[in-house]
Structure formats: structure tokens, C-alpha cells
Design a protein. Structure first.
Length: 235
């Protein structure tokens, strides 16, 4: 895939390439390199919502230090591609209930029933391995699981465990997931996220009114996320 100024997975950007080399400098195998990238994206890039929504370049997510499923997925594949590891992004729909506890009231009501969602796929030993357990940083994931148990919910706080026990661990041989239980349908795989975002399949494209309210509320929602994360750190 050739990069262009519009690509979000800007793996040739100096910031992305430098970070990928820094993370994997002491690693020799593809598995070790993927693990190093995984833990950086999971824990150093905190879970939060960018004001631009999904349209954030990988290089910008590194600068921000935070992201959500789609922007962290973009970063994950870009870091892999920067060091010649085959990676792609897989899109689907996901139940909006995944955001319960974070979005509430009219903010939750305005969301479509199903929203566009993604996970990363990396080629290991000639097999494409699905990975989504980088979405929530460890502290935020732990408090999310705790809140689900308190409320007796299967889905919410960016965690889904209605069918199986969720996990934020990386297992390249036995895939483990944090949100897959809430996934509905399949929108296919892409080398570059912007191709999907420009398609009719993409459901997170807000109108002017919804975009106004999202930008108005996103700071408040991120403060809620940070408060939840802080409560985990102090318990």
C-alpha cells in the first residue's frame, strides 16, 4: 500500500517509524515485535475519544497519547507496517451498548443502534490473527469490568462479555477479545481505514448537528473516563 497525504495509517511518517523502531529495537521475532507494539498501544495510548472522531492519523494519535477502538487500531497497523509486519484493519458494526456508562442521556440516544467498529489483524506464521485487546488500557479495563459486575450488565464501559469472558491479554495462538461479543456483522478488511470511512458501510459519519454535540460533549466524556481510571488506581 502506498501512503498518501489522506492516509490515516501513515506508517511512513517519521514519528510512526521512529516509535515502531524504538519499541522493537531489542526484539528479534515477529511475535516479540507485535507484543511490544501491542503493549504500547494498549497502555501508553490511553482510552479516550478524540474530538475528530475516527479521522485521526496514527502519527497524531501518538502525539495525543489517547484513542478509541478505531484510532488505536489505525495506530496498531501503522506501527506494524512501519517495520514491514503485514497488518490490516477489519471493520464491522458493534452494538452501541458498548458505550453505556460513558455516553448517557441524549448523547447515548443520538448514537445509531449499531456503530462502526474495528480490530487489527496481523499475519503470524502465514495466518491472520485478530487482535482487539489493545482498545482499553489496563487500568480503564479493570474498572470497566468492575462496573459491569456492579450493574449486572453484559456490555458497557467499553467491555463486552455477554458470551465469553473478555480479556486484555495478547495471545497470538488463542485469540482473546475485549469487545468482540458485541460485534454485529462484517464489513471486511482494509489496508487503509480511510477507504472504509469513505464507503457507504461507514455508520459513524455524523451530520452537522450531531458533530456539534459530539465536540461539545467529548471533553466531558473523557473526564468521566479519566475519573473512572483514577478510581481504579486508588482502589
Amino acid at each position: 500500500m502506498e501512503t498518501s497525504p489522506n492516509n490515516l495509517a501513515d506508517y511512513k511518517h517519521p514519528i510512526v517509524r521512529s516509535k515502531a523502531l524504538e519499541l522493537t529495537n531489542n526484539q528479534t521475532s515477529i511475535r516479540e515485535k507485535v507484543a511490544a507494539i501491542f503493549h504500547y498501544v494498549r497502555d501508553d495510548i490511553k482510552f479516550a475519544f478524540p474530538k475528530e472522531g475516527d479521522f485521526v492519523k496514527a502519527s497524531k494519535t501518538i502525539e495525543y497519547g489517547y484513542g478509541q477502538c478505531n484510532t488505536k487500531g489505525t495506530l496498531f497497523i501503522a506501527l506494524c507496517k512501519a517495520i514491514d509486519i503485514e497488518a490490516r484493519i477489519h471493520f464491522s458494526l458493534i452494538k452501541k451498548d458498548i458505550q453505556k456508562g460513558l455516553f448517557s442521556g441524549i448523547a447515548f440516544w443520538l448514537m445509531p443502534k449499531y456503530i462502526s467498529h474495528s480490530w487489527a489483524e496481523v499475519k503470524i506464521d502465514e495466518k491472520w490473527v485478530k487482535i482487539d485487546s489493545y482498545i482499553n488500557d489496563k487500568q480503564f479495563y479493570e474498572v470497566g469490568k468492575k462496573k459491569l459486575k456492579e450493574k449486572n450488565w453484559d456490555i458497557g464501559y467499553s467491555v463486552a462479555c455477554s458470551k465469553n469472558e473478555s480479556s486484555i491479554n495478547l495471545d497470538l495462538d488463542n485469540e482473546k477479545f475485549v469487545q468482540m461479543d458485541a460485534v454485529i456483522g462484517d464489513h471486511g478488511v482494509y489496508d487503509e481505514p480511510i477507504v472504509y470511512y469513505k464507503s457507504s458501510k461507514y455508520k459513524n459519519r455524523p451530520n452537522v448537528l450531531k458533530n456539534f454535540f459530539y465536540r461539545l460533549w467529548v471533553g466531558r466524556i473523557n473526564k468521566k473516563v479519566e475519573k473512572l481510571r483514577y478510581s481504579c488506581a486508588n482502589n
